[in-house]
Write a protein that binds this ligand. Structure first.
Ligand code: ADP
Ligand code: PHD
Length: 597
């Protein structure tokens, strides 16, 4: 089964029947051959809450650049309530068994919102089928409505509401509503078919979540057109050709050659839009080994980097609801400062350890082609944001400052001076770059039963972790003892099975509700006493260190603490290790309170 429409999206009528309606005097992308591409990625909450602001931002850039925008699936206030999560919920509801009544028929499913059985007239009314022609035979029989129908309807209604709230032109709106209806029909059919075969493969799951980006981009393209910007919807759901031809398919990993081919393909597809502003789905699966398993959630950031490479863009901009990367999560540390320029290695380390500002795979792809990444705020478009730029230690600092100054952002003299100061500081660092916390961590301690030699003991543990697909965030070992910090993402039953397996090698203890605290900085290896300062501060703040890992990465000192102390520890370390030197107290009297939370 393949997804619904792809290619050019018409806002005026059925997408397959006529070309998009071009608004009179519409703004278009610059066709000046000397103007360079700018790729702008908008996350789920930005697309969900600020669609019209995005149109304003795009229009402010298209005079001097060719702009391509990449969107994620819409989210409301949080990603947890977003379309991708609803799609995953619908997928799992599809395979959920329903209890049979004595007569053998399936019991009516209750309404997820109200708990009312769907056989009641009220619950049947809860399906606002405004476009009568799309009612499927199953939907007309409340008793047999599958559970996932309600979730599909929630998705449908949410997108209808968004379309009506942000598109004024009745012709554009009508075309958009038809598209939403058609996509939701497709989803219902796809899930019904999956229910019949009682299986959703990882590849099918990819296909299902891809609908989130398709719907978001159709809405965004319509909003741009409604605001007088000539836009084209570009779906990448079929961009990866034949799996069997790909070497990557053999071992299931996506290698650089795969990404290079994908960059070229998406670049060529987007260039076909001519003067129209391409609105590109951040979803580019299914891919060999599955997008969710190979790249994981947040894959849109990676696609935007690949597109920037394919277009040889001047800059990749990732627009969020935060001004950029801060010295600590600004929601948790009120004194956190915006970082104007950061190295890719530091940005990747921060994202792996809790500050999920950009998907960690993004940096590698953009930076290897020397494309700067700028994090910007949709609510504060004039702010300079944070630039992720190649490591100046391998380049000349002056060159870095010049490069940063020359990116096509209208940098103010003040912003430029800040960037230059930061570039100089990176050569003469005075403090680490940022501190981050990763919550929901489990610590597993394994003591060898000494029935095998040390290497056999470790091999046994890693073999088991591999079979369970468990990623270890931190590890600390001696010959007979291993402590590991892992994400608390396993279902209870699976964790119990994992522990049982590990018990074959020794005694195992499990500690829940832990957090990893990481101090990150490119030049920390040359800062004598920084680890001492970090741990002294925690001791003075009465924060116990459960596990320690130092030295595995030169730019990261991490430890595991009790999750209940996470915010307190973050503030303590920010105050003692990240305040500018002039604000630091004398080393002997590191203050440990009072804190601002
Ligand atoms: N060091 C950090 N700098 C900036 N934001 C951070 C940091 N650590 C954690 N965060 C959090 O990451 C979130 C990223 O921004 P947001 O736009 O909300 O994400 P998304 O685009 O995924 O919806 C913010 O809510 C912010 O509180
Ligand atoms: N919609 C996907 C992809 C994505 O990149 O999302 P976001 O840009 O909002 O992190 C997800 O929820 O994972």
């Amino acid at each position: 089964m393949s997804g619904s429409s792809s290619g050019s999206y018409s806002s005026s009528s059925s997408p397959s029947s006529s070309p998009p309606r071009t608004p009179p005097n519409a703004y278009q992308n610059s066709i000046d051959p000397s103007s360079r591409w700018l790729v702008q990625k908008y996350g789920g909450t930005s697309v969900g809450k600020f669609a019209v602001n995005i149109a304003d931002i795009v229009s402010s850039y298209i005079e001097s650049n060719k702009v391509a925008i990449v969107c994620s699936a819409r989210s409301g206030s949080t990603k947890a309530l977003g379309t991708t999560n609803l799609l995953l919920r619908a997928a799992s509801e599809t395979l959920r068994r329903r209890p049979m009544t004595q007569s053998g028929s399936v019991t009516p499913v209750s309404n997820v919102m109200t708990g009312t059985p769907t056989s009641s007239p009220r619950a049947a009314d809860a399906y606002p089928w405004t476009l009568g022609q799309t009612i499927s035979p199953m939907a007309r029989q409340p008793d047999s409505v599958p559970e996932f129908y309600k979730t599909v309807d929630l998705i449908r209604q949410e997108h209808f509401n968004a379309a009506r709230a942000s598109v004024q032109d009745p012709v554009i709106l009508q075309g958009l509503e038809l598209e939403i209806e058609r996509d939701c029909d497709w989803l219902r059919s796809f899930l019904s078919a999956s229910q019949v075969i009682d299986e959703i493969s990882p590849r099918s799951k990819d296909t299902i979540i891809g609908l989130g980006e398709r719907l978001a981009c159709k809405i965004m393209a319509a909003v741009l057109r409604d605001q007088g910007i000539d836009a084209e919807y570009v779906s990448l759901e079929s961009i990866v050709p034949d799996f069997d031809d790909l070497e990557a398919a053999e071992d299931g990993t996506l290698d650089q050659e795969f990404y290079d081919r994908l960059s070229r393909a998406v670049g060529e597809r987007v260039k076909q839009c001519g003067p129209r502003v391409p609105v590109v789905t951040g979803f580019f699966g299914p891919v060999p080994g599955s997008l969710l398993q190979q790249v994981g959630r947040g894959y849109t950031d990676l696609l935007s980097a690949l597109l920037a490479v394919g277009l040889e863009a001047a800059e990749l901009q990732i627009w969020k609801e935060v001004d950029g990367i801060f010295t600590a999560d600004p929601r948790k540390v009120p004194t956190a400062r915006l970082i104007s320029i950061i190295s890719p290695a530091e940005a990747a380390e921060l994202t792996y350890y809790g500050s999920e500002v950009v998907h960690p795979f993004t940096m590698e792809q953009a930076i290897r082609r020397r494309i700067p990444i700028r994090i910007k705020n949709v609510e504060n478009p004039r702010g300079g944001g944070t630039v992720i730029h190649p490591d100046p230690a391998e380049e000349d600092a002056t060159q870095v400052a010049e490069d940063v100054g020359s990116v096509p952002e209208p940098a103010s003299p003040l912003a430029l001076a800040m960037l230059q100061a930061r570039a100089t500081e990176m050569h003469h660092p005075r403090h680490p770059t940022a501190v981050t916390i990763k919550d929901h961590i489990i610590v597993l301690n394994i003591n060898s039963n000494r029935k095998s030699v040390s290497h056999g003991f470790l091999a046994g543990i890693f073999g088991t972790l591999d079979r369970f697909g468990v990623v270890v965030d931190l590890i600390s070992t001696s010959e007979v003892h291993v402590s590991m910090a892992i994400e608390d993402a396993l279902a209870k039953k699976l964790l119990d099975r994992l522990v049982k397996e590990l018990q074959k090698t020794g005694s195992v203890s499990v500690h829940h509700d832990m957090a990893i605290l990481s101090l990150v900085g490119k030049h920390m290896r040359n800062m004598i006493g920084i680890a001492g300062r970090m741990f002294t501060t925690l001791a003075q703040g009465k924060v116990n260190i459960e596990m320690l890992s130092q030295g595995a990465s030169e730019i990261n000192i991490s430890c595991v603490i009790d999750g209940r102390n996470a915010v307190k520890a973050l503030n303590l370390i920010h105050q003692s290790c990240l305040q500018p030197p002039e604000a630091l107290p004398a080393p002997k009297s590191i203050a440990v309170g009072p804190w601002l939370f």
